[in-house]
Ligand binder design. Structure first.
Ligand code: KG4
Ligand code: ZN
Length: 353
């Protein structure tokens, strides 16, 4: 029996959700009305703190979340024009992510739900990314094929029904965003690498440098980016040893092309295999304009529509967690006091796992 409030009907409980996201380096709080209407979505990014280390430092991330949490939540309530007493449920990312960072959000959400006597929903971060699409598109049909490309995940997922997700393919090594970040680092561009590579690639020739694509076996919907990453590192080493200057714009464009080529072909194949009419694109790398347009024109050839959220809802934010939490709450999938942060949470898990 949950110690969190369950006195109301599911519809009443899902009316006005306060959502929290602290899985990595963004502290975010959002207020979502009836699952889709974003009343506020405050995002405090720690990127400037982690930048100097070239990546996210977990201990610093946890401390920053603790520093930011109260202020971010208060801003979210204020911007939505509501008080604590108006909130009808809480939703929080419970995994996957950095355990110390997740714990800040989970502990805060448990404390708030307990003191307010309202239901709490634990949300899978990747499910949240997928549901960012439901915040902006009202024509999504289930089952829906989803391509998730983030800093930690590259997944092809079938969203069969709300709360029922099946992984069709996944990366066997690096995630797409991770590859962007690592390549940007070795090229000396900075962190996070994705947007920097996208900008630089605009001035480069995507066919200039021949880089490998890992197709794996012919019907596989899995991905692998470690060979591509090594090829770029070797290319830079060789040029360095020979004292040759590297055209960084060409390298950025050729690398981006190699990632987008594989991701596009595999998604098109998945759409054909699963007879999909729509594809939902999600995750931080979904903010990449080159990926969006290449994927869109490829899928269009088969009459498949590509849907994606605006860039701010592609990268980490609490609004997407509120939306996914709404659908979980409507299924009655709420948390008990045993809710905990789970750094390697499997996709599709209900609250019990
Ligand atoms: O989804 P997200 O905010 O966090 C995770 O859940 O991992 O994704 C962050 C990732 C980073 O690797 C970042 O470099 C990448 O998304 N990213 C991009 C772009 N914007 C963010 N990658 C390519 N092009 C972009 N425009
Ligand atoms: Zn994310």
């Amino acid at each position: 029996m949950s110690i969190f409030g369950i006195k109301k009907s599911r519809e009443e409980a899902a009316e006005l959700i306060l959502a929290l996201e602290t899985s990595c380096d963004e502290t975010s709080a959002a207020v979502i009305l009836r699952g889709r209407d974003i009343r506020s979505n405050i995002i405090a990014s720690q990127v400037n703190t982690h930048k100097i280390f070239g990546g996210v430092v977990p201990e610093i991330a946890s401390r920053k979340h603790m520093d930011n949490m109260t202020r971010v939540v208060e801003n979210a309530l204020q911007q939505a024009g509501i008080g604590w007493g108006d909130i009808t449920a809480l939703a929080v990312t419970r995994g996957p992510g950095l355990v110390g960072a997740l714990l800040v959000g989970v502990s805060y959400a448990k404390g708030a739900a307990l003191s307010l006597g309202i239901p709490l929903v634990g949300v899978h971060h990747i499910e949240g990314h997928i549901y960012a699409n439901f915040l902006v598109h009202d024509n999504i049909q289930l089952p829906a094929l989803c391509l998730v490309v983030s800093g930690g995940h590259t997944h092809l997922v079938q969203l069969q029904n709300h709360g029922e997700l099946h992984i069709l393919g996944a990366t066997r090594d690096d995630a797409a965003g991770e590859a962007f970040d690592k390549i940007a680092r070795v090229m000396g561009l900075g962190y996070p690498g994705g947007p920097l590579i996208e900008q630089l690639a605009k001035q480069g020739d995507a066919q200039a440098i021949d880089l490998p694509r890992a197709w794996l076996d012919s019907n596989s919907l899995d991905f692998s980016f470690s060979g591509l990453k090594s090829a770029v590192i070797n290319y830079l080493h060789r040029a360095n040893q020979r004292g040759e200057e590297v055209n960084k714009a060409d390298l950025a464009a050729s690398f981006q092309e190699a990632v987008v080529h594989v991701v596009t072909e595999k998604t098109r194949k998945a759409a054909q295999m699963y007879n999909a009419k729509q594809v939902l694109l999600a995750g931080g790398v979904a903010a990449n304009g080159y990926l969006r347009s290449r994927l869109q024109s490829s899928l269009e050839q088969d009459g498949v529509t590509l849907l994606y959220p605006p860039p701010l809802l592609c990268t980490d934010n609490a609004a997407m967690i509120g939306c996914a939490g709404y659908y979980r709450l409507m299924l009655g999938d709420t948390a008990s006091e045993a809710l905990n942060a789970v750094p390697y949470l499997p996709l599709g898990s209900s609250q019990g796992i």
